[in-house]
Design a protein around this ligand. Structure first.
Ligand code: BTN
Length: 148
């Protein structure tokens, strides 16, 4: 009896562990990042393309922040459980554009996490100022509402 119980316990632990690692990371939904910015990604089309909206918590300008559109795509090998992706935010309140690229991971606890890097290009008036027009950084996004 003890052996059967132990076997069932080990089996169920193995099933839970394999379920977590096999879980797919899905881009669609609402995300928040380490700066407090929020974004919503809509459904992917048949080519892996998506659109959405981005509400940044911070700005490099003195302008009033407005929710801005984003467009992106997930890599076509989307049968993979942890896909790569990229998207562009066309800021509605500044002359700037940010491109993000990253990968959608499922962490050890089964939670989805987007690890990204970004380039923020600000408009400058002169080519002489080009050297200071681009910022680079990283953002980590977690899902705002769990899918469970
Ligand atoms: C601007 O300031 O011109 C537009 C807003 C830029 C916000 C940047 S994009 C990269 C970083 N991650 C965020 O969530 N917000 C900042």
């Amino acid at each position: 009896m003890v052996q059967v119980t132990t076997f069932l316990l080990v089996l169920s632990l193995a099933l839970v562990a394999s379920g977590l690692s096999a879980r797919k990371c899905v881009l669609t939904g609402q995300w928040t990042n380490d700066l407090g910015s929020n974004m919503t990604i809509g459904a992917l089309n048949g080519k892996g393309e998506f659109s959405g909206s981005y509400h940044t918590a911070v700005t490099a300008t003195t302008n009033k922040i407005q929710i801005s559109p984003l467009q992106g795509s997930q890599h076509s090998t989307n049968q993979k459980s942890q896909p790569t992706f990229g998207f562009t935010v066309n800021w509605r309140f500044s002359d700037s554009v940010t491109v993000f690229t990253g990968q959608c991971f499922v962490d050890e606890d089964g939670r989805e996490i987007l690890k990204t890097m970004w380039l923020l290009r600000s408009r400058v008036n002169s080519i002489k100022d080009d050297w200071k027009a681009t910022m680079v950084g990283i953002n980590v996004f977690t899902r705002l509402h769990s899918r469970e």
